[in-house]
Each structure stands twice: as C-alpha cells, then as structure tokens.
Design a binder for this molecule. Structure first.
Ligand SMILES: [Zn+2]
Length: 153
C-alpha cells in the first residue's frame, strides 16, 4: 500500500493507528506513513460477488449468470453439446470472475472466457458466438477466424 501523500516507493510501510469494522464486513484502518508521517485511511471489504461488468458503451451492470447462460445456449442450439457442459462452462467463468477479486472488469474479459471455453466444446458454437461477439460482419473476417480454427485443429 503506497502512501497517498508521499507515494513512498520504498515501502517503508505504515503504522496502524485505529481499526474499525463496519456492518458490511468492511475494515477501515487509519494509518500513519512511516516515511512522511502523514495519515491516511485504507478500506478493505470482502468481495463475495462477481465484479461489475463494464459494457462496451462504458456503462456498468451486475454480472448476470442467466444472461450469460442464455447467450452460450444460443451459440450451442442444435449442436451436440450437453446442457451439463454449458452449465459447467458458465460456472467456471463465474468462479474465475469472483477469484479475480476486482470490483469491475470489462465485458471483453467475459467474452474472451466464453470464446476460450466454446472453442473446446464446439467449434461451430465458437464461430456462432464469435460472429456476434467479435462483430465478424464480413466474409473475410469470418473466413480468417475459420482458417485460424482449422489451422489450430
Ligand atoms: Zn508518506
């Protein structure tokens, strides 16, 4: 933790003067910088949920497991992909997001996880999802993606 006053890069550290717990399980610590002697506070809170998702337009939304499930199911329609596999992929993505312990992440991070997961499940589902997600809206872009899939397999 860098002191906001001197931004001491030597990591002299700080002395905790006071610790308070709040009702939401957060911990606020009043600190005194060992380098410059000034005071500042830090706040820790347990993160139990997945981070907020930063949409491409800059807006934020709660991570929605059902919505993610629907978009993966849509990519897998009429393909030999078991419902349990889809459920596992969505569950893995949710767990990874939680383990990042970030307050927010770009929707790209989620999309990339879906792409990586679908690549293993079904190449057709992968291409379907990529068409929408990567905005592959011309034949050249689609062909490039398909070529790279073929090259990798
Ligand atoms: Zn300082």
């Amino acid at each position: 933790m860098l002191c906001p006053h001197c931004k001491d890069a030597n990591q002299e550290g700080s002395k905790v003067i006071d610790t308070t717990h709040d009702a939401r399980g957060g911990i606020r610590r009043r600190r005194e910088c060992k380098n410059c002697g000034k005071r500042y506070s830090t706040y820790e809170r347990p993160i139990l949920a997945a981070p907020l998702i930063i949409k491409s337009d800059g807006g934020r939304e709660e991570f929605d497991r059902e919505k993610l499930m629907r978009s993966v199911q849509l990519a897998c329609v009429k393909l030999p992909v078991a419902a349990a596999e889809i459920d596992r992929l969505v569950g893995e993505i949710e767990t990874k997001l939680m383990q990042m312990e970030k307050s927010e992440v770009s929707s790209r991070v989620v999309g990339d996880m879906v792409l990586a997961g679908l690549k293993d499940l079904s190449e057709i589902a992968y291409i379907r999802f990529a068409l929408v997600y990567l905005g592959l809206n011309d034949l050249q872009a689609i062909r490039k993606e398909v070529d790279s899939l073929i090259a990798a397999s």
